[in-house]
Design a protein. Structure first.
Length: 121
């Protein structure tokens, strides 16, 4: 059940990012950042649960990290990096806010990945 959801999330994100970049539409790019932030907060919840259960010998919460958080964080990290790389030279005011949101998202996703790796050791 997770595979179709992941494919739909990827297609929605890639199409939204492509349309927003092609048209230089700040509203679409801001909406994509909102979707990515929401998805990263959900995946961060699974990382947080795994962090709380890290002391148990049977860490069932790691299943959420392995099957949901890691793929979602990796995919969102790639798409947000592409967005940031392609809009880095755009000087208009709305794109500056998008750059800040994307950088914050990248830092939050990197934190999730680092914590996930610390739990797995």
């Amino acid at each position: 059940m997770l595979i179709p959801i992941a494919v739909l999330f990827f297609l929605f994100s890639a199409v939204g990012l492509g349309i927003g970049l092609r048209r230089r539409n700040a509203a679409i790019l801001m909406a994509m950042n909102a979707v990515w932030w929401a998805a990263s907060c959900v995946s961060g919840y699974f990382v947080w649960l795994a962090w709380l259960d890290r002391g148990y010998s049977e860490n069932w919460a790691m299943i959420g990290v392995i099957f949901f958080s890691a793929p979602a964080a990796g995919l969102t990290l790639i798409l947000a990096s592409i967005e940031l790389a392609l809009i880095r030279k755009w000087k208009e005011k709305p794109f500056k806010a998008i750059k800040v949101l994307s950088l914050g998202l990248l830092m939050f996703l990197l934190l999730q990945i680092i914590v996930g790796l610390l739990i797995a050791r």
